[in-house]
Every structure is written in C-alpha cells, then in structure tokens.
Design a protein around this ligand. Structure first.
Ligand SMILES: *Cc1c(COP(=O)(O)O)cnc(C)c1O
Length: 409
C-alpha cells in the first residue's frame, strides 16, 4: 500500500479532502480472482462500474482484460468512452424503462433483463437479440438488509418460481436466452450458501438449450477491519470451478463463467484523506472534526459501515479515544469511540477501504465541492478528477426573474 509519507505529500500537492487509489492493489485483486478460477477455461470478470466509476479506473480494468458491468445507460456510455468493445459490457439494470434497454441493446451491449413484463415486450420487438436473464434464487447471502438483494420479496431479478413463465415467453416470442445471471447481494460470507445458489442457477440453465454463459454476480466480502471474515476466493474458485466444469460437460458446451465484482476489486485500493479542522472536547467525548462529511463518504451513515481511521500525521503518537465526525450540519459520524494515535488540529486522517461506493456515492450536500481523485500507478500520481469549484455548483442552475428584479450573481 501507499506509504503514509506519500499520502501526506499528496494532500499537500492536491489539497484535502482527497481520494487516492492504488492501481497495483486493483491489479493484485484482479489477478487473485483470476488465479482462483484458473481451472475454468472461459472466465470473464466484469468490473462493476458503480463501485468506482472514474473513467481512468475503467480504462485500467479494461487494460487488465476485464469487461465492465453496468447498471445504467450512463455507465454504459462511460464504459464505451474507454474504447472497450461493446460486447465486453454487460448491462444489468433494475426497473428501468424498455426504451433505455432498447437504446443500450442498439449499442451492441449484452442485455440482462430482470422482469417478465419487459422480457416479453423486448422479445416481441427484438427476437433476434439474445438476452441474459437475472434470476432471484431466494438465497439470502450475508451483509446488511440494504445490500442483500436475494431475499424473497426483493425487487431484484425474476423469481426462480417463475422460470416456467420465462420459458413460455421464450417460446411465444422466439427470442434466445444466452445467459443466466444472479446477484444475491453484497457480502458473501459463506461459500456453502453461495454454492447452493449456483446449483439453482444450473437448474435454470438446464432448461434453456443454447446459453453461452452463467454470471454468478458478486458479493465478495473484503476485510474492513482486523478480524473481519472475508470471502475465501481461492476455496470458492476450487469448489465452484470444479462444479462449473462438470456442469459444462453435462450441458455439452464450454460455457463462460462470469463474475461482476466491484468491492473486491477496488475497496482496499482506495483511501480517503481529510484534514482535522478542530479537536473538540465535550462532557464525555473528544471529537475530531474533519474537513468532510457524509457528503463525501456516506457509507458509515447509510449502512453503518466500519471504515478504519488512522492518523497518518502522527502514526506513532499515544493512542487515545475519539469520535471522528464531519462538518455537515447534521449528524455525520465516521466512527465513534475509535482508538487513534493522538490527533491535533491540522492532522491528516486516513479512512481505509475507500475505493468502493465512496466517491461514487458522494454528493454536494451543504453546497460543498466534490473532492479530487488521484490514481497512483507505478509510484506516479495522476490527478484523475479535479476538485470542484464554485462554477460547478452553479452549473445548470437557471437564474430567473421572480416577478421582481433578477437576482444578481
Ligand atoms: C453492485 C452490483 C455488483 C457489485 O457488487 P459488489 O458487492 O461491489 O462486488 C455486481 N452486480 C450487480 C448487478 C450489481 O448491482
């Protein structure tokens, strides 16, 4: 990982708050997953764009040989802007309009449909375009209720119990199903649960006679703090790899095994750096207020996520207890009662695991600027997103005359 001294230097060069990503960690995670499935002849990893969607990151994964997994037409457009072959993009939206799906299909991108109504409409209009179907196997896999999407009443996917209906749609329209997909939700802790879900997918796959791939989605769990359990991808690779190869033999075709990891590939590659504005003592707590808030890193407030926080300006100082909070005029606690080396005003705090779902979920709340992003490749730092300025806040705002005089700007 990037050394503390280098991170401090980067905040001096680019100011704070700042996101910094280490490309070598992205690469090693990509290689780790690829190696885990080395027994599978056709493996395709599609990086989930929504985790961290800076175009340079997309470009980097394209260079590594990954495809891209997208959930909106805008993510598709961003992906295409890297020059990637549309065939290497999969589009897995939820609840979008038929029109958007048609537009994406026209670009030559692999479509993944997750409801029967649109499947039937799409199949009637475009029987020549093969589509993947997103199945909900109703296996609840780990994590937080907000990120688990495989439970019975989830809005995601077509229920496993509706496969007869899918088959009827296919027969009626003459369309072809070329892939079977599931994404049971983030944070797979337990390989057996995951393997049970994959058996359900194989059962579905058997019912369609000309598929090309099975996409097992994602949900690889990474450690956020010491002692965290993470997905044993090597073990999963061994077990699922073997089972997949068996299935291909039974099916009579070399299918492609796909995954679409986001968090696994980028979470640990990123850190968020913020400067301490003031250390404030109350009757029971010492607060360290940083020059950021849930506008820039919402996961602790939204998902109760734990992000390790370290004081990189004083890493060897005495350990003390702090609540690290932001400057937003609302509760925006990054971490309560954390043991951190002694903090002084002006110190730089480092929030770990800030690669996935951090910048990509950032907002302008409180009219603050979005932070800058830096990518470190082979020891060189590249500014991959400029910090916003006041102009960005006013962009798209129309100053209108409200019956009196124009507001002077
Ligand atoms: C978000 C998402 C992913 C990525 O999930 P991670 O937990 O970040 O790996 C993969 N597939 C789909 C369809 C998603 O919506």
């Amino acid at each position: 990982m990037i050394e503390n001294a280098k991170l401090i230097e980067l905040t001096e060069k680019y100011d704070s708050p700042l996101y910094v990503y280490d490309a070598s960690k992205m690469e090693s995670q990509y290689n780790r997953l690829t190696n885990a499935f080395k027994e599978v002849k056709n493996l395709k990893l599609n990086y989930a764009v929504k985790a961290l969607s800076n175009i340079n990151v997309l470009h980097y994964f394209k260079k590594l040989g990954a495809g891209l997994d997208t959930v909106s037409i805008q993510e598709v457009q961003l992906s295409l802007a890297t020059g990637i072959n549309p065939k290497d993009i999969i589009y897995t939206p939820n609840g979008v309009s038929l029109q958007e799906i048609e537009e994406v299909a026209e670009m030559g991108v692999q479509i993944n449909i997750d409801n029967l109504s649109i499947l039937e409409l799409f199949g009637q209009k475009h029987p020549e375009i093969p589509v993947c179907i997103r199945i909900n196997p109703h296996i609840m896999a780990g994590g937080n209720s907000k990120i688990s999407v495989g439970h019975i009443d989830s809005k995601f996917g077509i229920s496993i119990h509706q496969v007869p209906h899918i088959k009827r749609v296919v027969e009626n329209t003459g369309m072809r199903i070329n892939g079977i997909h599931m994404h049971t939700g983030s944070d797979i802790l337990d390989i057996d649960t995951f393997l049970r879900a994959t058996e359900i997918l194989f059962d579905v796959a058997r019912q369609f006679d000309n598929i090309d791939f099975i996409d097992f989605g994602s949900g690889f769990k990474v450690p956020y703090k010491e002692g965290d359990i993470s997905t044993d991808v090597e073990q999963l690779g061994l077990q699922l790899g073997e089972r997949f190869n068996q299935f291909c033999e039974e099916y009579g075709k070399e299918l492609t095994l796909m995954f679409e990891p986001g968090k696994f590939l980028v979470s640990e590659a990123g850190v968020f750096l913020a400067k301490v504005n003031v250390v404030k003592q109350t009757t029971s707590t010492v607060f360290a207020h940083v020059d950021s808030g849930f506008n820039h890193l919402v996961r602790p407030m939204m998902y109760d996520s734990y992000h390790k926080i370290s004081n990189i300006s004083n890493p060897d100082g005495r350990m003390r207890y702090y609540s690290v909070v932001g400057y937003i005029c609302e509760t925006d606690t990054f971490g309560s009662n954390r043991r951190i080396s002694e903090i002084s005003d002006g110190d730089i705090l480092c929030f770990h695991n800030a690669g996935a779902y951090c910048f990509s979920m950032a907002s302008n709340y409180n009219s603050r600027y979005l932070p800058a992003e830096v990518l470190v490749v082979n020891g060189n730092d590249y500014l991959i997103r400029k910090r916003e300025t006041f102009k960005d806040l006013l962009r798209n705002q129309e100053v209108v005359s409200l019956g009196t005089e124009k507001i002077p700007v």
